[in-house]
Design a protein around this ligand. Structure first.
Ligand SMILES: [Zn+2]
Length: 607
């Protein structure tokens, strides 16, 4: 599994040097020490922990990922062009600062408040104590808005693409707990930072673990070509919905000849389906948006920067970069669909498809975060879903039941370990992992199988070019050996619950109803939101909790008059104190009695 630099087709590419030169260009100063702490002293970000990446790549890492880690671990304040700065390496994402007439406009205030404060402080130490006069969220992912209260308390224009608020909170409402657990794997949050552990996620080093905030936008960017002026800074927007995020925008700063690519073109092949889980993204839309970017802005910019990685300077380099990124997503889409229409399934296409050599040689198209393998499967999923059409796969036993039967057929757990060792000896770690996974799922007390599987995962992790694959493998190995340790993740401040729409609040209750326990319940509650002047009705029947706005006049079991804040408080278990009510409070108690809690530490590598 070991890969040396010489195996990569990239060794002597001119852009090898260019990436390091670009990542260092415009350097002003580092944050020293490179550590950000919360008010209670807890470390929420530590860029110094990655100093080891300056050493030679050891045998425990893929040289391409090591190189990417070395580039992403660079930290500090950088000048992009006159009046435009970036703080990089103080979170997964970048903060961009555009100087205006009286202050500075912040683009994408990182993931947590503490890191955003530190980034703005670093900027101000070198550029003066400029007030923040505006904020732009390029898109609705938390690493691009969560730190906003670290740069402003509000009262300034906050610009965001149409649909921002809905999408900013959607992941937290619905699949939040499952995604949070899987993100521990994806970002390697529980792993040591070391040549044997976490060396980044391709897109950046890691996610910070501070406090997440959210201030709602005050100005909606609703169309491509929309032009706004904030603190004297002219901005021309290009909406890119459905590419990297459902609500996202690129923009040009025409007076600076600088182009912001949000997260639509970065220095890696991006992911069409993050391994932590997400709605699948649309590679076709992604490519079309980048075509439009080139035609709208290609000749009006001398530099392009994004909210991850380092900028690209010069008309030729910029055009080549954007064109190759565009072709990358177009190729992934079109070739997957072509092969799908010949009858190949996702895993078969992933094994067959190769990128054209010029894209394979381009560092920025390599699979450090997304990968050809899982992006191809994402395209397949978008069109055809989980089922490959083969009836043998229509009604398979679930993993543990299958595993028990496989192990039985193979002669028992000890025999499976022997067989697995044979495949390991032949270098087929992929199949060894499949075999040993069956042994562990059939009997999680099979220590020999567990240890050997941990070893196989470790070796697969060390060989992985993709940062998120490495993190999945190494986290799996760790949990097989040490069990599930609670991982520290960013924590949502009160803004996020307040930002929920009333319908999203009721949706978040609906997905917690324990269906079978609620089969025989029937109840209806009217909710009069006094501060919003809204009336809502919720009904529980057949285990389904459904919600209707502006309901007809009909008798219900209970009517509650309360503010949205009280509703959020009720959800957080703060009781009905101060809530005016009419009818039977028993209806609410019966509802609460059928609510189920998510499990934040569910097992993944064991049954
Ligand atoms: Zn991001």
């Amino acid at each position: 599994m070991q890969v040396s630099m010489a195996d990569l087709p990239l060794h002597d590419q001119p852009n090898d040097h260019d990436d390091f030169a670009d990542a260092d260009r415009g350097f002003v100063a580092r944050l020293t020490p490179g550590v950000v702490t919360a008010a209670d002293g807890r470390v929420v970000w530590d860029s110094d922990a990655y100093a080891f990446l300056e050493e030679e790549c050891p045998g425990t890492a893929h040289p391409g990922l090591w190189r990417q880690g070395r580039l992403c671990a660079r930290q500090g304040l950088y000048e992009v062009t006159g009046g435009v700065y970036q703080v990089r390496g103080l979170d997964l994402s970048n903060m961009t600062l555009v100087e205006g007439d009286t202050g500075v406009v912040v683009v994408d205030p990182l993931l947590s408040v503490e890191c955003a404060e530190a980034a703005l402080g670093l900027y101000r130490r070198h550029r003066g104590d400029r007030p923040v006069t505006g904020v732009i969220y390029t898109h609705a992912h938390v690493d691009h808005f969560g730190g906003v209260r670290g740069v402003t308390g509000g009262g300034v224009p906050i610009l965001a693409p149409a649909g921002f608020m809905e999408h900013a909170v959607t992941e937290h409402v619905y699949a939040g707990p499952a995604i949070t657990r899987r993100a521990v794997y994806m970002y390697g949050q529980a792993l040591d930072r070391s040549p044997y552990g976490q060396i980044g996620a391709g897109l950046g080093m890691a996610t910070s673990t501070g406090t997440v905030s959210l201030l709602p936008p005050t100005l909606c960017v609703g169309r491509t070509g929309q032009e706004e002026v904030v603190d004297g800074v002219r901005i021309v927007f290009q909406l890119t919905p459905g590419a990297e995020a459902p609500a996202e925008t690129n923009f040009l700063l025409p007076d600076h000849r600088a182009l912001c690519l949000a997260e639509n073109a970065t220095h890696n092949q991006h992911t069409l389906l993050p391994l932590r889980g997400s709605a699948v993204r649309d590679a076709r839309a992604w490519a079309r948006h980048l075509t439009e970017t080139i035609s709208l802005f290609g000749e009006r910019a001398d530099v392009a920067f994004a909210s991850h990685h380092w900028p690209t300077w010069g008309a030729d380099a910029l055009t080549r970069f954007l064109t190759q990124q565009r072709d990358l997503y177009a190729y992934l889409h079109d070739q997957t669909v072509r092969l799908m229409n010949k009858g190949l399934t996702g895993p078969e296409i992933a094994e067959t498809l190769r990128l054209p050599p010029p894209l394979e040689r381009a560092w920025h198209a390599r699979g450090f975060h997304g990968s050809l393998s899982h992006d191809v499967k994402a395209v397949y999923q978008r069109y055809l879903g989980w089922f490959d059409g083969n009836p043998a796969h229509l009604w398979e036993h679930p993993p543990r039941e299958s595993a028990i039967r496989y192990v039985e057929c193979l002669g028992g757990g000890a025999a499976v370990v022997v067989l697995a060792k044979g495949y390991i000896g032949d270098g087929d770690l992929r199949f060894a992992a499949q075999l040993l996974n069956h042994a562990v799922f059939a009997d999680e007390g099979n220590k020999e199988a567990r240890d050997l599987l941990a070893d196989v995962y470790t070796r697969l992790g060390y060989g992985a070019e993709n940062g998120t694959w490495r993190n999945f493998y190494l986290t799996g190995a760790r949990e097989l050996t040490d069990g599930i340790a609670p991982a520290v993740t960013a924590s949502a401040g009160p803004d996020l619950a307040q930002a929920l729409g009333v319908d999203q609040i009721f949706d978040s209750i609906a997905i917690r109803v324990h269906g079978p326990r609620a089969w025989n319940e029937r109840l209806s509650i009217d909710w009069h939101l006094t501060d919003l002047g809204e009336r809502h009705r919720t009904t529980l029947s057949n285990g389904a909790f459904v919600h209707q706005a502006d309901p007809p006049d009909e008798p219900v079991d209970l009517t509650l008059r309360l503010t949205k804040a009280q509703l959020v408080g009720l959800l957080a278990g703060r009781g009905v104190e101060g809530v005016e009510r009419e009818g039977s409070i028993g209806a609410l108690q019966r509802l609460v009695a059928v609510l189920d809690d998510p499990r934040p530490d569910f097992p993944i590598v064991t049954p």
